[in-house]
Ligand binder design. Structure first.
Ligand SMILES: O=C(O)CCC(=O)C(=O)O
Length: 380
């Protein structure tokens, strides 16, 4: 056979193989890896060259050893004003910081990581009972970023859990592994408490420039009361080892919809943020949590703080588990720029928005980068 004919035959074989696999893609990457020993990436996951982790466009992956780290314990002491300043700089410059000494015990973190890993190791039949295209389901198992819309799939499976109000939703959480409900409930309560404490500091950092500090304090207290009843969504992510990690992503560039996301990673890097037009890997720090600023905080701060554009890369050697806890105001509440931060010199920059608008947006079009937030901008 001539080399040209050989190449043609090989490509036909590859096409046949991809067609057989097509039905499997909807079942997720974990199932694909566990059941079909794949040695090359199916076409379904191959991104166009410009969207690959290392593309030919101007964006580079750069090393950055000084991504901001906030020591939460220092916020409680005499250094509070200095730490608030560092927090403000991190929120303005990066929209992200790593939080250390945050008060959540290391065994609570490791138990959550561990139960997440064990959940994804359950037989497919057990996991797949939570699979649904309905975004409104309290518990939803799925794959890719938005499997109803994605042309090219991402190398990621997930379990999404609505976590508020916790007592109402906990009976719906998975019954296996047997300790899932207990471990997840503890983690939800601890992250909720930390979120409130962090928001208190973030509001204070935003109010620093206000003239009427007493009034501001009263307003802060009212907002914090609303966060007590706020929404919380937990996303458990699983990124199995990928045969050709340079051709795909675990998650495409996106920003989170809420105020802040607390991300629990393990010692396998994968999260990258965009900064100054380049991609920076957020190197895991043991027992830390990554704090991502979401679109609601960008809106609330009237653009002073920026939600962070981030993506996930995968690797060929080790699977990666993460747990993202997304927090915002109650689902039905409208999010708008804080009146304290609007004046003649700094007019209102974003439309009011709510969760229903966000859901309608992501249901109607493929969410890309920060395009939901862009659609809420009054001044560009
Ligand atoms: O898994 C990660 O590192 C990030 C997850 C993430 O971006 C998300 O769940 O929105």
């Amino acid at each position: 056979m001539s080399p040209a004919m050989e190449m043609k035959a090989e490509s036909r074989e590859n096409e046949d193989e991809d067609q057989i696999l097509e039905a499997k893609y909807q079942q997720g990457v974990k199932h694909l890896c566990d059941n079909i020993g794949i040695t090359r990436l199916p076409r379904k996951y191959i991104l166009p060259i410009s969207e690959r982790p290392i593309s030919t466009n101007a964006q580079k992956i750069v090393k950055c050893s000084n991504l901001p780290i906030i020591d939460f314990s220092q916020l409680q002491g005499s250094n509070r004003s200095q730490v608030l300043k560092a927090l403000c700089e991190a929120c303005e410059e990066y929209g992200l910081f790593q939080l250390v000494n945050h008060g959540i015990a290391s065994d609570v973190l490791s138990s959550m990581r561990d139960v997440t890993r064990r959940f994804f190791e359950l037989p497919y039949e057990e996991r797949s009972q939570y699979m649904s295209a309905d975004m409104g389901n309290l518990v939803r198992y799925g794959t890719s970023f938005n499997q109803n819309k994605d042309g090219v799939f991402c190398w990621r499976d997930f379990l999404k859990l609505t976590c508020s109000p916790l007592s109402d939703v906990i009976p719906h959480f998975p019954s296996f592994p047997l300790d899932f409900k207990t471990v997840a409930a503890t983690y939800v309560k601890e992250t909720k408490f930390l979120f409130i404490m962090l928001m208190e500091a973030i509001l204070e950092s935003l109010g620093l420039s206000c003239d009427y500090m007493n009034d501001t304090k009263m307003e802060e207290d009212d907002i914090l009361k609303e966060f007590q009843d706020g929404s919380q969504l937990m996303v458990l992510n699983c990124y199995p080892p990928c045969p050709q990690p340079d051709l795909t992503l675990g998650m495409p560039p996106h920003s989170d919809y809420g105020f802040i996301t607390l991300l629990l990673q393990e010692d396998v890097p994968g999260l990258q943020i965009e900064h100054d037009g380049n991609w920076i890997t957020v190197e895991p720090i043991p027992n830390s949590l990554v704090v991502n600023l979401g679109d609601h905080l960008e809106i609330f701060s009237n653009g002073k703080y920026k939600s962070v554009l981030h993506r996930v890369i995968v690797n060929s050697l080790r699977s990666r588990i993460t747990v993202a806890s997304l927090h915002s105001l109650p689902w039905a509440r409208t999010v708008r720029p804080w009146s304290r931060l609007i004046n003649e010199a700094n007019p209102k920059r974003y439309m009011d928005t709510d969760f229903r608008t966000f859901l309608a947006y992501i249901t109607s079009c493929e969410p890309k980068k920060k395009n939901f937030l862009e659609s809420r901008k009054l001044i560009t």
